[in-house]
Design a protein around this ligand. Sequence first.
Ligand code: CMX
Length: 138
Amino acid sequence: MLDKDCILDHVAVAVKDLEKSVKIYEDMGLSFSKEREVVESQGVTTAFAAMDENAHLELLCPYGEDGPIHKYLAKKGEGIHHMCFKVPDVEKKCQELREKGYVLLYEKPTVGAGNCLVNFVHPKSTGGVLLEISQKLK
Ligand code: CMX
């Protein structure tokens, strides 16, 4: 269990060249995990760097011509793509949000990067910011 109901887990940036972007944030002083995780369901390769004891920077790079990040880059170019909040129970949180009128992208949470169960709140219902809700799996 988390000691808070909701904490910032990561800020995600859509990028065209993963290693070039890793270098930019290393120049800022962040240290990246050597591991690059492929999330097949989203068509992306990711790189993570810790920003503090909870929050990470996630770089998202598409590896094909499908998926939301490829589409986002084609339409908007590189930049901040979403923010992710970690909660103790993602299904419960999504239900609470639906009851408040927010639009969840998936009926059921799906497995995302870093062995987490995730769902997303559509940017049209959050004032223009795509929000990810995530629960760490054991
Ligand atoms: N932030 C803010 N607005 C966004 C957005 C984003 N990341 N992505 C799209 N939008 C906006 C567009 O600007 C557009 O607005 P207008 O109608 O005003 O032009 C609208 O949403 C629809 O955009 P679209 O390009 O037609 O995109 P889609 O509706 O096909 O998809 C979304 C948008 C959010 C449903 C899709 O990106 C999605 O399913 N995202 C969730 C999954 C995801 O982002 N995965 C990334 C990897 C996750 C990870 O591993 O961490």
